[in-house]
Design a protein. Structure first.
Length: 528
């Protein structure tokens, strides 16, 4: 890569759409970011970059190591931390089974590999006292696990009571000694997402505080001793959007640090871009800030203050980053395996229900349970990454009952979705219908359109901010027609994930008893 004295620009967010809780790492000349996946599989998406400005989806780290069936929405795989020491990658993560108050069933695990592409070790169970685990490799060779501490005794609000640390013995494959309360909450409260970095004789503790909403923030504390006591940055919080609704990046927090080979520092952090200032339909995204250490040894934003910026300087010596092209994803389903862009809910895509082999040139999806199932949800989906987009698909489907359906969804979770589908109605044959579930309130929309028995079904959806409109055509020659009126989709926001565009097949009469063959899928972002 050619060196230059002219700095490029990093445009935020660097990872658009559902990409929360980033942990950034550099190994030699490659940067990696791993993000949370919650109920979507494969889990823990990893992106890589050589310049910090342009990123590509590299791999996913969790496949058959986890069992997410039955986990409620917003649970499952939380806040991973990726580290590298002595030729080995270490990944720690939380599998959350329940968040029903006042308790939280959150189990922390560790896996290791010599390469991010695996093979990975079997998961090592660590503890369940809280979430957001982070492994610190000290200079003396000892390893320490940090995690947020959950205290069910706290009467009101969030029960994250601070950060706990305990030594991990790799030879024994378990935690040893007793846990030590490392850090209490500041006035921001809700302390989580701990990471430790050692610099200039200090241990620096980076945490998230204030919750994951508009009050989210990054808090920095330091100590000469690993086990404390830790003093808090006198200008805390170091990074936040709280109280600044006019900022383009909201909910800034959950930060992690990386240093370039030239000695510059950057912080990856979580953010949102609420549509109309209110609806985070794209979910929680990842941004990058340029930071430095001031004369007193505290971490500061290069641009001053604590506001996250949409544009930050790229590292010295990097080529000027190219402007990102409009996002287009197309799949003709003509490969031997499902494109890694796709995700599935709580279960992995496999030949038992999701096949590219049974009918070459098509994706055959065998029907699963209902659209609200937490177990056999036979859906493949991609992230919404643009405020404005158009998506379309075509498929063959021969339903014989109103209990059988296949089609195109906008899907946040089992309580919030919008579904255009082909089904069967007595006396009419194959028809197109629509359903909506908003905040767990179900509505069957008043539309029934003949779909033409024996003909392929074409469905599309155009989204513009907080509105969506579905279109259809039967056969290959007709023009697109509106299936229904424009619908407000502000309800497809909130929670810990983001909106997905999905194709799916359901059969409440006999799951896996019917299938649909999808011929193509196309997503085109319209954001400039």
């Amino acid at each position: 890569m050619a060196a230059t004295t002219e700095r490029g620009v990093i445009q935020n967010p660097i990872l658009k759409g559902f990409n929360p809780d980033p942990c950034i790492l550099r190994v030699e000349d490659m940067y990696y970011i791993v993000v949370s996946s919650f109920e979507w599989l494969p889990g823990l998406r990893v992106y890589r970059s050589r310049d910090l400005a342009s990123w590509e989806h590299f791999t996913d780290l969790l496949t058959d190591q986890v069992d997410l069936r039955g986990n409620p929405k917003n649970c499952s795989i939380w806040a991973p931390q990726l580290s590298y020491c002595d030729g080995l990658f270490y990944l720690v993560y939380t599998d959350v089974k329940s968040t029903k108050r006042p308790f939280k069933d959150a189990h922390n695990y560790l896996i290791t590999a010599e390469s991010l592409e695996g093979p990975w070790s079997e998961p090592v169970y660590l503890n369940s006292s809280g979430f957001d685990p982070s492994l610190f490799h000290d200079e003396d060779g000892r390893k320490w696990l940090l995690n947020a501490l959950w205290d069910y005794r706290i009467p009101e609000g969030n029960k994250s009571s601070g950060i706990v640390i305990q030594e991990y013995d790799p030879a024994k494959g378990r935690l040893v000694g007793k846990p030590h309360k490392l850090f209490d909450c500041t006035w921001l409260k809700k302390t989580e997402a701990p990471h430790i970095y050692k610099r200039g004789g200090y241990y620096y503790l980076i945490t998230a505080e204030g919750g994951t909403g508009s009050g989210h923030a990054v808090t920095v504390a330091r100590s000469k001793e690993l086990l404390g006591a830790y003093e808090v940055d006198p200008r805390n919080p170091m990074l936040t959007s709280r109280g600044r609704p006019e900022l383009a990046l909201q909910c800034a927090g959950h930060g992690s640090l990386v240093q370039t080979p030239q000695g510059e520092w950057y912080m990856a952090h979580l953010c949102t871009r609420p549509v109309e200032g209110q609806y985070a339909i794209l979910g929680r995204e990842t941004a990058l800030q340029s930071v430095y250490w001031d004369d007193e040894g505290w971490l500061r934003l290069t641009g001053g203050g604590s506001d996250p910026r949409t544009e930050v300087p790229a590292p010295l010596g990097m080529e000027r980053a190219k402007q990102a092209k409009r996002h287009i994803f197309e799949d003709a389903f003509d490969g031997e395996r499902l494109d890694k862009t796709w995700n599935t809910l709580r279960i992995l895509a496999d030949e038992s229900w999701c096949s590219l082999r049974e009918r070459p040139g098509f994706l055959r999806i065998r029907a699963g349970e209902s659209p609200q199932s937490l177990f056999r949800q036979h859906m493949v989906a991609i992230r919404q990454t643009d405020v404005r987009f158009l998506a379309e698909t075509a498929f063959e489907f021969a339903p014989e009952s109103y209990l059988q359906m296949a089609g195109l969804l906008l899907y946040l979770n089992e309580d919030n979705y919008l579904y255009a589908y082909a089904t069967h109605e007595e006396g009419q044959g194959k028809v197109l219908r629509m359903m909506r579930c908003a905040a767990d309130e179900f509505t069957l929309l008043p539309v029934v359109v003949p779909a033409g028995n024996g003909e392929p079904v074409h469905l599309s959806v155009a989204v513009d901010g907080t509105t969506a409109r579905f279109y259809y055509r039967a056969g290959n020659g007709e023009e697109w027609r509106p299936l229904h009126e424009t619908i407000d989709i502000g309800f497809l926001s909130g929670g810990f994930t983001g909106n997905f565009i999905a194709v799916a097949v359901h059969d409440m009469q006999r799951f896996e008893g019917i299938h649909a063959d999808f011929a193509c899928f196309r997503y085109e972002g319209k954001d400039e």
